[in-house]
Design a protein around this ligand. Structure first.
Ligand code: 13P
Length: 249
């Protein structure tokens, strides 16, 4: 049985005090109402240690890590530092990192190796812009992202990875992929992984959908065979909305 996951990507939002309050609200709810879903929150780096102290059952993720293990890289944060703050996951290859910070899949491969070396599970993001979908190139594009970043890994390493399909045209826009569009791409990604890593790894792989996922559409998205949860942006900043999404399974 593959793990169902709902992860909240806070992006560059929340003061430390607001973040702790939000983390506590989510954590307290699931303390009192246990769930089989793995609930993850991904605050900004600087909040990680304090938020970690507020969590019991909810898991912690970073939103990025450096592409080097340590050294003279002013302003960077290493996978080892993140792990030492209590995080278990790290989001890698988010479209905002790809677009604004020019991260490509070769660089992301390096980050994935460093994260795995620190026992951090990468949440690897992939997805196309609208023009690529309209040109009918979205499957090729996602294939290239997955192949470049992940195919050189071993099956054991791949089994530590979560993939998040986030069509860029759906992120922060209020436009959600239809359940059929999400299912189609998730099945495609799972088949890709199957072709390279075999049945057990593909069947156990958790594939999340991200892009304007909210309480009103989560149930329909999550009801698809290959949609194993969500990577939530805006709606993860509100405890009630985020909790409602987790409860959509
Ligand atoms: P929104 O849910 O705000 O569209 O963001 C999705 C996302 O980018 C999660 O990583």
């Amino acid at each position: 049985m593959r793990k169902l996951i709902v992860a909240g990507n806070w992006k560059m939002n929340m003061t430390l005090q607001e973040g702790i309050e939000l983390a506590k609200a989510v954590n307290d709810f699931f303390d009192k109402n246990p769930t089989d879903v793995e609930v993850i929150i991904a605050p900004p780096f600087i909040h990680l240690p304090d938020v970690a102290r507020s969590l019991t059952g909810v898991q912690l993720s970073a939103q990025n890590c450096a592409s080097e293990p340590k050294g003279a890289y002013t302003g960077e944060v290493s996978a080892g530092m993140i792990r030492s703050c209590g995080a278990r996951y790290v989001i890698l290859g988010h479209s905002e990192r790809r677009t604004y910070f020019k991260e490509d899949d070769n660089l992301l491969h390096k980050k994935i190796i460093l994260a795995l070396g620190q026992e951090l599970k990468p949440i690897f993001c992939c997805g196309e812009v609208l023009a690529e979908r309209e040109a009918g190139n979205h499957f090729n594009l996602v294939r290239e992202q997955v192949e470049t970043a992940l195919f050189a890994l071993g099956a054991e390493e791949l089994s530590q990875i979560v993939i998040a399909y986030e069509p860029i045209w759906a992120i922060g826009t209020g436009v959600t992929a239809t359940p059929a569009q999400a299912q189609e791409m998730h099945a495609f990604i799972r088949d890709l992984i199957r072709s390279q890593f075999g049945d057990p790894v593909a069947d156990d792989l958790t594939i999340l959908y991200g892009g304007s996922c909210k309480p009103s559409n989560a149930r329909e998205l999550f009801s698809n065979t290959d949609v194993d949860g969500g990577l939530i942006g805006g709606a993860s900043l509100d405890a009630d909305d985020f909790i409602a999404i987790v409860l959509s399974f």
